[in-house]
Design a protein around this ligand. Structure first.
Ligand SMILES: NC(=O)c1ccc[n+]([C@@H]2O[C@H](COP(=O)([O-])OP(=O)(O)OC[C@H]3O[C@@H](n4cnc5c(N)ncnc54)[C@H](OP(=O)(O)O)[C@@H]3O)[C@@H](O)[C@H]2O)c1
Length: 255
């Protein structure tokens, strides 16, 4: 018996990285998983490895009509939606102020913040009618800490997403709806290939792995309906920003 037997979960960004690992973790608990992303072949590959029932629903989460169509389909085919994992996100290589193009700033803000609003707005009516629902948003520590690495558009968008999740809780808790925002540090996933200087294999091995975040998603998803985890940071013990700081201060222990 899984702890999510009978539950329907919608995962965006499900074709790779944290989304794919979370889809596997949630399916292992018995959930029916709806997989969204823009590349159907990536979603099909993930679905093929899932133990239970799944639905492939390709969509671009920056487009309101496509997002609404997925929720309509979930309602029509599965009859309910218990959990949204709004996880899709993106960044660009030319991300600093000297290089960021207006169209890329728009795309990063749409991909990380507008998408969160569109998904939340689409699922809320269904969840209000059920008087129950959980939204989990994948933000980033860049949603709380302002630094150079992630670029200003991503950093601002993820700050907005964190605020959005807390704002949801203020109004929707009375309707039985909860929102959790997860703030990961560095996770070894394909998004790192978009960095101006992609990290080495050695660095990636020391980072969080997608399964680590998926395990947290599973924990949040399995909490009883009266418990809300508002905001969670999950970071690698070998934190490269801290290591660099220690190095600058001449305080890094030598082997
Ligand atoms: N890896 C890290 O270090 C890290 C740290 C903190 C937070 N995060 C966040 O974690 C989340 C998952 O990223 P990841 O690390 O697992 O990287 P990833 O493997 O690149 O996953 C991102 C997923 O989002 C999907 N996606 C992007 N734009 C989309 C759009 N407009 N519509 C629908 N799907 C879209 C992509 O699929 P398609 O291209 O097929 O659409 C992809 O499967 C993101 O929100 C990211 O910002 C990552």
């Amino acid at each position: 018996m899984g702890r999510l037997d009978g539950k329907v979960v919608w995962v965006t960004g499900a074709g790779s990285g944290i989304g794919a690992a979370s889809a596997r973790a949630l399916a292992a608990e018995g959930a029916v998983v709806v997989l969204s992303g823009r590349r159907p072949e990536a979603l099909e590959a993930v679905a093929a490895g899932l133990p239970g029932r799944s639905l492939i629903a390709p969509c671009d989460v920056t487009r309101a009509a496509e997002v609404a169509a997925v929720v309509d389909r979930i309602h029509a085919e599965l009859g309910r939606l218990d959990i949204l994992l709004a996880n899709a996100g993106t960044n660009v290589a030319r991300r600093d102020w000297a290089q960021l193009a207006p169209a890329e700033a728009e795309a990063v803000i749409a991909g990380n913040l507008t998408s969160g609003f569109l998904c939340a707005l689409a699922v809320l009516p269904l969840m209000r009618a059920q008087k129950d629902g959980l939204l989990i948003h994948t933000a980033s520590i860049a949603g709380r800490l302002v630094g150079l690495l992630s670029g200003p558009a991503y950093t601002a968008a993820k700050h907005g997403l964190v605020a959005m999740s807390h704002a949801l809780n203020i109004q929707e808790g009375v309707n039985g709806i909860r929102s959790t925002v997860i703030l990961p540090g560095e996770v070894a996933t394909p998004i790192l290939d978009k960095r101006p200087v992609p990290p080495s294999a050695e660095d990636r091995a020391r980072m969080l792995q997608p399964e680590d975040v998926a395990d947290l998603v599973r924990y949040v998803a399995c909490l009883p309906a009266h418990v809300r985890l508002d905001e969670v940071w999950i970071t690698p013990t070998w934190n490269r920003a801290h290591v660099a700081e220690l190095e600058r201060a001449g305080m890094l222990p030598r082997p």
